[in-house]
Design a protein around this ligand. Structure first.
Ligand code: MLT
Ligand code: MN
Ligand code: ZN
Length: 310
């Protein structure tokens, strides 16, 4: 299984267009000891020919151009991208669907609730179904694993195990609609498994962890975990009226109840933070927060990284 980390930042990217936090000022000035990042996006393949996106984020056009394996190989129109798995309906994880609208046949794997959040009330997404067979929506459910299919309908060699996560809806979903959306379908963790049994967990938005999650995570080879915020009040300090990290559906990295402490007992898997918000002090590689995560055995995902699980 080949995995390309096309983007590793939270919504807004790093730097974020309207942000003048210390990190964003520093990275624009070129004086920051850390890297800029585009919004979180993965591409995964078993055979190097058929590729699947995890997320469809707003930076996708440039991210596809940055990865030659994702470029068209046949004329006149072709893409090695066979489809996308959408773990939630957050804008920074689905807006890129509109960039994939050029008559390309795609399979989109999502829960019925996520599909409805995207398609109902948002008429511009009808561009994904202008011609018969353009988009094949596949319903997925927590706890029910499914195969990812190549463009010709054959098995691609990849399986996905969707994990139930605490419910969290994007803020654009109208209040009147929430009652009709099953909470367990609002957001999933994704464990991707190769034909040889190697596993990668992709969990960019996690509001809470259960002992069952810990058991499942102990069995994976690589964890890409929610590194959005360092602490619960991070965004409130920069933007009065903002919500806490937890209210936004993200366990902070630090503190006794943070993800670093919660996952400290997992010694087997390679642990990598992803979906890192531009305000997060651990982005500064000369700072104590970066040192603390590295000393705890974590890495910080960077755009362009490749993870190969043979
Ligand atoms: C989120 O997942 O809550 C957002 O990506 C955070 C943000 O927009 O900064
Ligand atoms: Mn996000
Ligand atoms: Zn910023």
């Amino acid at each position: 299984m080949q995995v390309i980390i096309l983007g590793s930042a939270a919504g807004g990217g790093f730097p974020q267009w309207n942000c003048s936090c210390r990190n964003c000022i520093g990275v624009r000035a070129g004086s920051f000891a850390g890297k800029s990042r585009t919004q979180t996006q993965l591409a995964v393949s078993s055979d190097g020919d058929s590729w699947f996106l995890l997320n469809a984020g707003p930076d996708l056009r440039a991210q596809i151009e940055s990865a030659p394996v994702l470029h068209p190989k046949h004329s006149p129109r072709h893409s090695p991208i066979c489809g996308a798995v959408l773990p939630c309906g957050d804008l920074d994880q689905v807006m890129g669907l509109l960039l994939l609208r050029e008559w390309q046949q795609l399979s989109l794997y999502a829960t019925p609730a996520v599909r409805r959040m995207i398609l109902e009330d948002n008429s511009m997404f009808s561009m994904l179904s202008r011609v018969a067979g353009q988009t094949r929506w596949v319903d997925i459910a927590p706890g029910e694993s499914f195969p990812l299919l190549a463009a010709n309908g054959a098995a691609s060699g990849l399986r996905c195990h969707p994990l139930a996560l605490p419910a969290h809806y994007p803020s654009y979903v109208p209040e009147s609609k929430l009652a009709s959306l099953p909470p367990e379908e609002s957001r999933l963790g994704l464990v991707m498994e190769s034909a040889s049994g190697k596993k990668l967990a992709f969990m960019p938005g996690v509001a809470g962890l259960t002992p069952q999650h810990m058991q499942l995570l102990a069995e994976v080879d690589v964890i890409l975990f929610d590194g959005t915020f360092w602490d619960d009040e991070e965004l409130m300090r920069i933007q009065p009226g903002a919500k806490t990290a937890r209210a936004m559906g993200h366990i902070p990295v630090s503190g006794p109840d943070g993800s670093m402490a919660a996952l400290a007992s997992l010694r087997g898997p390679r642990k990598i933070y992803i979906h890192i918000n531009n305000t997060n002090p651990m982005l500064n590689e000369s700072g104590p927060e970066y040192r603390a995560v590295r000393d705890a055995g974590w890495e910080l995902a960077e755009d362009g990284w490749e993870v190969n699980l043979a």
